[in-house]
Design a protein around this ligand. Sequence first.
Ligand SMILES: Cc1ncc(COP(=O)(O)O)c(C=O)c1O
Length: 381
Amino acid sequence: MSTTPARQSTPRVYTPVDHIRPELKSMSPYTPILPYEVLAERLNRSPADIVKLDANENPYGPAPAVAKGLADAQYLHIYPDPASGFLRDALQDYTGLSKEYLLAGAGADELIDLLFRLFIVPGKGHSVINLPPTFGMYKFDADVNGADVVNVKRKHGSFAVDIEAVEHVFENAAPEDYPKIIFVASPNNPDGSVVSDDVLRRLLALPTLVVLDEAYFEFAQDNRLLWVPRYDNLVVLRTFSKWAGLAGMRVGYGAFPLGIIEHLWKIKQPYNVSVASQIAAVASIREKGNLLAKVERMIAQRGLFYKEVKRFDWLTPFPSQSNYVLCRVAGGRTAAQVKEQLAERGILIRYYTAKGLADCIRISMGTEEQMKRLYEALVEL
Ligand SMILES: Cc1ncc(COP(=O)(O)O)c(C=O)c1O
């Protein structure tokens, strides 16, 4: 007779899914963009034939030094430097800010999430201020990290930050309820407007952390990263996804007050920026002349875009200081129709249905040839 005790099975009363954090269980899933190749197949075209103007990527791709750096990489079998040392040295040269203020991340996206983790205690009713319409990750990360979102809409027509309304949130709240963070994208995605120095100073005077997201800084040149040492409540985020054409490598960085960066070092995943991403980012800074010349070409395309769209009385562009232009669609057409008709011609753009952006499309600036194809297609519509 065997003396081995019967194996204990998990008691049936225990259902793991019942223990998932309730706010995450009820959260709607993120709608990802379809992979490029899948979209191409759906449209019955080869990927090379697609004009992708829907995600503010850099149509020229990375600097040639990136491919060379990756081909020559010798230490892909070794974990990356947790401090991204070579990259932060290069960033110190690129930004002019001492590297003690700089932390690299797997895209600016990772740094946004890290800030939530550092400041928000889930379930405590902590809040952050979001300035819609704006980049969707602030709301996404607020949901994931159990933060309440106080929306202060940007001004109708200009998309300027409604600073009086933001100040009002603090005037009406008890100090223990002050929002912990305010996210300000500048240039803002999707319209491309920039926050003025004056408004930024008023935000910095509030009892909260101001996260200035300068993902598109190179297209606007409104450099506030060097303000960071002067304010203990200012964080500036940047990325290699746009100017350096490295969206697929996931590498960004931020400038943080010393009292904050010290704690971010503790909570970040030790190997957050891969060896390949660090090599690619350093190579991009070494070849920045080449990349910034491409940025100039995209800025030139933006200037040309405003001239070209004058031909289409059903399309009204908003002023942009970034590598995309938001346009309102009118004249009996809808934004969804325009998006669909351009997609049939192999041209991908973003369209919006949300309040305040209804009937708007956003077009990223492409290469000279891609923009030519866009204008030809718009004439056909
Ligand atoms: C305003 C803004 N911030 C950050 C990002 C994301 O940057 P990254 O690719 O470095 O995560 C984007 C990407 O579209 C963006 O529009």
